[in-house]
Design a protein around this ligand. Sequence first.
Ligand code: ADP
Ligand code: MG
Length: 491
Amino acid sequence: MLLDLPEQFTPEKKAYLTDLRTKIILHISVQHDHKKLITFLPKAGIINIEDTEKKVYLGFANEFALTQAKKLFNKSLKEAIHELYNPQFDLEYLIYPPFSNGSQLLIDLKKILNIKDTPPKEPVEKEIKSELSSYFGILFDPNFRFDNFIAGANNQFAYEAAKAVAENPGTAYNPLFIYGNVGLGKTHLMQAIGNEITLNDAKKVAIYLPATKLVEEIVQALRQNKMNTLMRKFDDVDALLIDDIQFLADKDKTQEVFHNIFNDFHMKKKQVIISSDRPPKELLHIEPRLKSRFSLWLVADIHAPDLETRIAILEAKLDAKQESIDFELLSLLAQHIKTNVRELEGALNILLTRKKLSGREVSEDDVYACLQTLGYTGGNRLSTEEVSSQNKKSEQSFDTIVEMVANYYALSVAELKSSSRKQEVSTARQVLMLLAKKYFKRTLEKIGEYFGGKNHATAIYAISNIEKKLKSPTEETLQHDYQVFVEWIEQ
Ligand code: ADP
Ligand code: MG
């Protein structure tokens, strides 16, 4: 019945709910990345407030949107309602199908967050004034910027460090070493640093050199006996960015020259940023003295993004192209392509090309066909055995699940690990104990220990208690929640 209510509301009530929604969004926008809000809270609104039940009802276009919102923003939404409306009120999440056509909601959300649809002004080539920036024939690519880089738990530290370096080259985080597997955004971040430095101060000279290019320059200089000329090129450089340093392997002479360049930069307190596909100590055939220096640098790693970040990246790429693809299909794509953003982007481009050629919207079959082309599924939809074998490989750590569950129930991790016997705390704790045993193969001792030094008998009691509840017909909400958590683990 609730679902039909908004149509019957008076204009005043509608205006009030809309206004409250605006305030709530502004409130939570302080804590959350705006791109994440746009991606995961696009078609959501307040559909009613029930004073007798003390509940605020939030509506979402579909199950996926509801679950993501609860997972990512439950705690913040609750706090916002308590602060802006009434601390006595609780939140209720409902699927509200009319919102799936609610594009106005998204437009409003963008307005509230002051997000413009047109991409921000790109750095114009001539603004990169110094001839030196193109000394090596390489300019920064204006498409790689901070504002179109999605930050997530997988790259947060590298992202923050890169931003700090871009704002104050040579002071904060110097030198900086960024590493991560291929296709995870290292080059994007380095280019963003270069773009930002030259944009902030046209007098500053930043130079980007793939390590292979550095090798080429050095070999040529040696051959033509022009080493001094080459070294002088670096004199006026304020920030030196060398990409993919692993390619210096076995290039002894280049390593030596680089070592000299680096010492010079270090002495003059000029910024150096290096990327690599592995951590310093795993670099092969790189001079030990160079390697040990890298280890002393600020080292920031980038991991594979989680599902939400992958979807947010796809959304950002679509936005930049002013294109759209059904949200559920994007998430299907992101569920399969997990470890390489470049491939994820490649898949998106395949889908967009198909869309253009066929003149119709992308379908689920298109997504599966594309996955097959890229060798992801053999064209088959995943069988249950495949899903479960993939699950075993899942690197989702237990800590992350604990954090996600805490957020889902608007509790803190500390509370879960405390001896609090509050109903909601102990239910969440018991659910986690069961998950720890079933999916993370933890021993009962370890489980007890993890949750605040409880003994293994407590863990046994907790697990059998929650298993019983999960079978009870009156515990539908708990069963639903448990299913959601299992899906997170199996993702
Ligand atoms: P790497 O240098 O680590 O191999 P790239 O920087 O070339 O990876 O990234 C591959 C592609 O993925 C690029 O098009 C880049 O824009 C995109 N990409 C990777 N991570 C992100 C991110 N967090 N947000 C937006 N785009 C990303
Ligand atoms: Mg790269």
